[in-house]
Each structure stands twice: as C-alpha cells, then as structure tokens.
Design a protein around this ligand. Structure first.
Ligand code: ZN
Ligand code: CA
Length: 377
C-alpha cells in the first residue's frame, strides 16, 4: 500500500528544492540519487548543450521482476517549475490540501508526478509486485517551451508506450489528444515622416498592423483550433509616423490541415493589409511541437482505462487544448497520453494539491505497471 505520510514528506522535500526552469541542476542531482538509491539504473542524455538548461534529461530504468515479457512502458514528469518558485514553504492544511505560504507557487506541477513515481517504486518493492521493465524519464526545461524534451536523445527511449503525469483535472482523466502549436512572428515595415508636417509621406506600420489583425480570424476558430495575438510592439513619439511594428502570435490545432489553413489566413491578412498601404509585411511561423491523437482502442489508452478503473476511479478521455512533453514523445514515435494528477491552479501562488490525490497518483502508477505486467509483448 501507498504510505501517505512518506509520500507527502517526500513531496514536500522535493518542492523545497528550488528548481525554476533553467535552474535544474540541484534537483537533477537529488533525483539521480533518489532513483539510484531505489536500485534503478540512472543515466542522462546530453541535452543541456542544445536546450540551454541547467540539467540533462534523466532516465531511470526499473529492471523487470517476475514479468519479463510485459511490454516496456514509461512515465514522464518534469523537474523544473515556473516562477515564483524559490523558497517554497509547503504545508498540509486541515482540509487535506497541500499549499505554499501564498508567496510562491507550490511546484506540484510537476513534482507531484515525480513523488508519485518514487512512492510507486517503493510500493512495488515492498509488495513484491510482478512487473516488467519500466522507464522513468524526468525532463528539464518543460516550462520553457518543452525545451528539455525537444532536445531529448530519442535513442535512450526504450518504452513501447507511456504516460506523462502532468495534467490538471480529476484523477481518471486521460488527455488522449493535444494540438500542434505554431509560433508566429509578424513584422511590418512602413515609412517614417513628421506626423504634423507631412504625414502623407509616411506609412504607419501601426495602422497596417491594425488592419491586418482586424482581418485575422482569432480566438476559438473551431473545437480543435485556436489562435491568439499575444504581443504587439512598435512606435515611439506621437509626432512621428511609426515605421515598424512587431507582433507575436500563436495558432494551435489538433488537425494539421486546420492549423495550416489558420496560418494561411493570418498570412493573407498580413499581405493584403501590407499591399493596401504599400508597406512590407514579413510573416514567419514555426512548429513548436506536433499534435497527437489516440483512439480508445489504442493500447496506451486501453491500459490507462483499465488501471484507472482498478483503483476505483472513473476513466474519462478528453482532448486537451494545451501542449506538454507528451506531444514531443508522441512526435518521437512513442505513443504517450497525459494523465490528470489532481493538481489545481498551477502557475499561480494559489497552486494546491490534495494529499489524497498525491496518494491516488502513486496508486495509479502502481496500477499501470501491474496492468502492463498482465499483458505480453
Ligand atoms: Zn507541468
Ligand atoms: Ca506547467
């Protein structure tokens, strides 16, 4: 059985270790030691040079015990947190929630996932559960655009499929699909002139940008597609016709054709507005991560449903609007779904998680490993 006190204590120990994204060195050393002390074979890739983060991705392998023919599965969580994540003081409140003191995040995103893995490994050993080979992948830099996973050495992945422990929602929720994200940068080049003396000689980049944005489909496009302008900058003094404006935007869709159509519509809006004002518009888009989508019958989903039901929770599949490391693992060819672990209000100083959900997550990890052990490759 899951030892709740041990789990809560270890979770608190983990969140007390500062690990804001780009500052993952200390936590990575501690995790190396922890997985190693549990008898796992721990290694790392050399992603730091590419990701620019302070730690490589960690890989810990649990050797099979009693079920060598089980499919190899993997679990992933990330070791970094968002800010403000320094000096976190976790406490267990009377209502059963773990919270910070309100001046920082809590860091359950995603140390709840890591603590659940460590507890699950202890439970497997204590209860002498039969299991196959299991890989635990702890990434750095997730909070900085999935930087660690994007630089991950795919040759170190041995699992057939697996689970990211990094979604909000009630335990039992399975993110079976998530969108592709494109990052878009738009620049408008106009012409400066004195705004009072000879404005007719100028071309206002701000006016062109406004026209272009007004013509773009934005917000929720359809149930699988969204788009947003997140930043606009340009100009200086009011007496100068502004000659340069820059916009940062994104578009997402679970369906690639829809994403392409959305990007084309934004590009068209830029070029038609630029043409109309005799300005120049530059449009760049880059895919940050690929989409994924799994059907109910896929082994990765089916095994999750069985495990969730076995711990007395209700399996529920949903399509996510956000990206996670799961997108990257899917893109590397390893089917991965993202599981809800019960954390709430992440990326805010109100972040919280129930101690009971922490325990449920550890149970779920054990159940997934048990389910995998009951099947053959
Ligand atoms: Zn996360
Ligand atoms: Ca996060």
């Amino acid at each position: 059985m899951v030892n709740r006190d041990r789990l809560v204590n270890e979770f608190m120990e983990l969140v007390r270790i500062d690990s804001e994204t780009k500052h993952e060195r200390e936590i990575s050393l501690i995790l190396r030691r922890k997985f190693g002390e549990l008898g796992l074979d721990v290694s790392e890739d050399d992603s730091m040079a590419k990701s620019g983060h302070a730690a490589n991705n960690l890989f810990a392998v649990l050797e099979p015990s009693g079920a060598p023919d089980a499919p190899v599965i993997f679990f992933t969580s990330h070791m970094d947190t968002v800010a403000p994540g320094r000096g976190i003081k976790p406490r267990l409140d009377e209502d059963g929630y773990i919270r910070s003191d309100g001046t920082t995040i809590l860091g359950s995103d995603d140390k709840a996932g890591i603590a659940a893995m460590l507890e699950a490994i202890r439970v497997l050993k204590e209860r002498k559960v039969k299991h196959g080979r299991v890989q635990f992948v702890i990434t750095a830099g997730e909070e900085a655009g999935l930087a660690g996973a994007r630089a991950l050495d795919a040759s170190k992945l041995e699992a057939e499929f697996g689970y990211a422990l990094d979604s909000n929602g009630e335990i039992g929720a399975i993110a079976v699909a998530a969108p592709t994200q494109a990052k878009i940068t738009i620049e408008f080049f106009g012409k400066s002139a004195h705004a009072g003396v000879n404005p007719e000689d100028g071309i206002s980049a701000i006016q062109v940008a406004a026209k272009a944005v007004a013509r773009m489909p934005l917000g929720r496009i359809d149930e699988e597609t969204t788009a947003n302008i997140g930043k606009i900058e340009g100009g200086g003094a009011t007496n100068i016709v502004c000659d340069y404006a820059r916009l940062e935007a994104e578009a997402r869709s679970i369906a690639r054709e829809k994403l392409d159509r959305q990007i084309a519509a934004m590009r068209d809006a830029v070029s038609s507005a630029a043409q109309e004002y005799n300005a120049r518009g530059e449009f760049k888009s880059e895919i940050v991560y690929p989409a994924y989508s799994h059907d109910d019958g896929d082994p990765v989903v089916e095994l999750a449903k069985a495990a969730i039901a076995s711990i007395g929770c209700k399996p529920r599949t949903f399509r996510s609007g956000g990206g996670s490391d799961a997108n990257i693992f899917n893109g590397l060819g390893v089917p991965t779904v993202n599981l809800a672990i019960g954390y709430e209000h992440i990326h805010t100083t109100n972040e919280q998680i129930r101690a009971a959900d922490l325990a449920k997550t550890a149970e779920l990890v054990v159940a997934l490993i048990e389910q995998a052990a009951s099947r053959r490759r």
